[in-house]
Design a protein. Structure first.
Length: 138
């Protein structure tokens, strides 16, 4: 189960649509992916805005991280070059690279102790290193 403190606004998650729940706090982009619009750590926020959606601690059982795969990387705009996947930032001044090691993906741009296993982790690292949001097209 994913923890709310791992998330940022804009992160993508898998929504378990086989559960019976009113998805009033999620933007369902297709039948399995949602994008975080807001995060509430303490209680459910009722919004007056129709397009406002919140990931809430109470709903954690309904969403899970999206595993990082070659297909997901391609949907994020990465191109494959040998064993490496790379993407150039929008202003063309930074090339972000990751490689699969058998235990997960590791960035070639940053020293990391833990592998990148999920798209939200990749989104967070990409933003930290480039200052840009990583685009994902489900």
């Amino acid at each position: 189960m994913i923890q709310a403190n791992e998330l940022r606004i804009g992160n993508w998650l898998h929504y378990k649509i086989d559960e019976i729940v009113q998805p009033t706090k999620f933007r369902i982009m297709d039948d399995k992916f949602i994008q975080v619009d807001s995060i509430d750590y303490d209680h459910l926020l009722e919004s007056e805005l129709p397009d406002s959606y919140c990931i809430n601690h109470s709903y954690r059982k309904y969403y899970s991280p999206i595993p990082l795969t070659p297909e997901i990387l391609e949907k994020c705009g990465f191109g494959k070059e040998g064993d490496t996947y790379k993407i150039v930032t929008k202003n063309l001044d930074y090339c972000f690279k990751i490689s699969f090691t058998g235990n997960g993906y590791f960035s070639q741009n940053a020293m990391a102790k833990h592998p990148i296993l999920y798209i939200h982790q990749l989104q967070n690292l990409y933003f930290s290193l480039t200052g840009e949001e990583l685009t994902f097209k489900p």
